[in-house]
Design a protein around this ligand. Structure first.
Ligand SMILES: Nc1ncnc2c1ncn2[C@@H]1O[C@H](COP(=O)(O)OP(=O)(O)O)[C@@H](O)[C@H]1O
Ligand SMILES: O=C(CO)[C@@H](O)[C@H](O)COP(=O)(O)O
Length: 483
């Protein structure tokens, strides 16, 4: 038995699978995000541990016989977060998350450094790790003085599980400190940003075993001794393992807190100026590219808080089938934007509110606005040479068929919906654990999921959605000029 432990922004998910990777059971524990000031986004690592314990205990309670045969745990987690530890491994301050944009100035400064984009393969976005640590150095010097190690969020969980501070290539690629082509920490980038290599965790591939579960923790959970912990990957690379997106032409769209359009690549072919991310895959010798928007289901969650209805209730009001775009437009820049605009200062807007606008109109505008922003990502991805002709949809938002039909039509490509079950980051993490512990080849373990339904672009409505996308794209410069 193996577990994929996924630290999502909205919660921890533990997926128990058998040796063949078939799901046996799963458990979840919710997390919240603190936004104490505009642009700030933080979580407490202690909350990740508590949520992981809750999910693991649940699996032990529900499926004791299977958990007694547990052999390995693979990790996955939201990327880029700066988890700062002192010399004794204590957490210094809450983790600055991937959608925290307070380090705008530091990011701009680092992005202009010679060699930065060439070596890291990416723009230095404010959400990436290096500028966030520089923000701490400049604004909380007493914390920075105590900084002994920087861990990514999932790597804090593997530290808690094993006592070892290790990271994998796919997550480390999002720090701005990795030579992404060479898969090694870059001494030049570390020195240029005021950091030392001893402040970085040891680097391994995502399918490498990093150690055994601490005996005290195993005893506390009632698990066998010697459960192996496998490094795993950043959540998008792990999701790619979960859906079998391993080589050129494979891809997915993810509607989670963030929105992601990802294309697997056989080689390292960055084009940083497109604002597309080029990162190491979680399996050795492979890379991927993706466009990222900062608020996909987070936009829906925001609306849900404002109107007092659950996200699923809101999308249920839209029905299952689209009938053309609405007149109301939503620009989903509630936390700023990454691809293609790299604009952490811009904020969202509704355009065209009417005295008759209803809550359903607002939901439809949100669903469409997120889909148009993902079309922006597709256009940016095409500039890099990564082309996709169909994608698989994952993430909580993919539970809305309406949303997926909008996406298929706006992206003008078939979107596959996997059969019910888990085919995202948690499965990818479990598959990395299987490879690490058994030595199986990723291509044998990381197969594509069975497709329950393929949603085709609606030819009769394409022109209408294309016009609405053009209006959406034209709104950004005006919105920017107004702020
Ligand atoms: N039926 C639904 N329609 C649209 N969105 C949904 C639905 N059910 C859940 N969601 C959204 O999915 C989100 C969780 O998605 P998930 O992929 O787990 O996010 P993350 O990995 O960022 O934690 C919830 O916050 C919620 O907004
Ligand atoms: O910042 C990125 C990728 O660059 C995000 O995709 C995070 O990795 C968070 O993911 P979710 O919680 O939305 O899955």
């Amino acid at each position: 038995m193996f577990i994929g432990l996924d630290l999502g922004t909205s919660g921890v998910r533990a997926l128990l699978v058998d040796e063949a990777g078939t799901a046996i059971n799963s458990a979840e524990a919710a997390l919240t995000v603190a936004h104490p000031y505009p642009g700030w986004s933080e979580q407490n690592p202690a909350d990740w541990v508590a949520a992981a314990m809750t999910a693991l205990r649940q699996l032990c309670e529900d499926t004791p016989e299977e958990m007694a045969r547990l052999r390995g745990i693979g990790l996955s987690g939201h990327m880029h977060g700066a988890t700062l530890l002192d010399q004794s491994g204590e957490v210094l301050r809450p983790c600055l998350l991937w959608n925290d944009t307070r380090s705008h100035d530091q990011a701009q400064r680092f992005d202009a450094l010679p060699g930065m984009r060439q070596i890291s393969g990416n723009i230095v976005f404010p959400g990436f790790t290096a500028p966030k640590v520089a923000w701490v150095a400049e604004n909380e010097p007493e914390m920075f003085a105590k900084l002994a190690k920087v861990l990514l969020p999932k790597d804090y969980l593997s530290y808690w599980l094993t006592g070892r501070m290790v990271s994998d290539m796919s997550d480390s690629a999002g720090t701005s400190w990795l030579d992404v082509g060479a898969r090694a920490w870059s001494p030049e980038l570390l020195a240029a940003t005021g950091m030392r290599v001893d402040q970085m965790p040891e680097l391994v591939e995502g399918s490498d075993v990093i150690g055994s579960m601490r005996p005290d923790l195993a005893a506390d959970l009632g698990l066998p001794e010697g459960v192996q912990v496998v490094a795993g990957g950043g959540d998008n690379a792990a999701s790619a393992c979960g859906v079998g997106a391993l080589s050129e032409g494979d891809g997915f769209v993810s509607l989670g807190t963030s929105g992601v359009l990802l294309a697997a690549r056989d080689g390292f072919a960055p084009r940083a100026e497109s604002a597309v991310h080029t990162f190491c895959h979680a399996i050795p010798g492979a890379w991927y590219q993706m466009g990222v928007i900062l608020a996909a289901t987070d936009s829906l969650n925001w609306l849900s808080r404002i109107v007092g209805a659950r996200p699923a209730e809101l999308t249920a009001e839209l029905g299952d089938t689209i009938a053309g775009p609405g007149n109301l437009r939503f620009l989903p820049y509630l936390s700023g934007e990454r691809t293609p605009h790299n604009d952490s200062a811009v904020r969202g807007a509704f355009v065209g509110l009417d005295i008759a606008s209803t809550r359903t109109d607002l939901t439809r505008a949100v669903v469409e606005g997120v889909s148009f922003a993902l079309r922006d990502n597709l256009e940016a991805l095409r500039l890099t040479g990564a082309d996709l002709s169909r994608v698989l949809a994952i993430g909580g938002g993919a539970r809305s068929r309406y949303w997926i039909e909008v996406l298929a039509t706006v992206l003008n490509m078939p979107v596959d919906l996997p059969e019910q079950g888990d085919f995202g980051a948690a499965l990818g993490a479990a598959r990395l654990a299987i490879c690490g512990v058994t030595g199986a080849a990723p291509s044998d373990v990381m197969t594509k999921p069975p497709v329950a339904e393929t949603i085709l672009p609606r030819a009769d409505l394409r022109a209408a959605y294309d016009d609405a996308y053009a209006a959406f794209a034209a709104s950004y410069p005006t919105l920017k000029a107004m702020q």
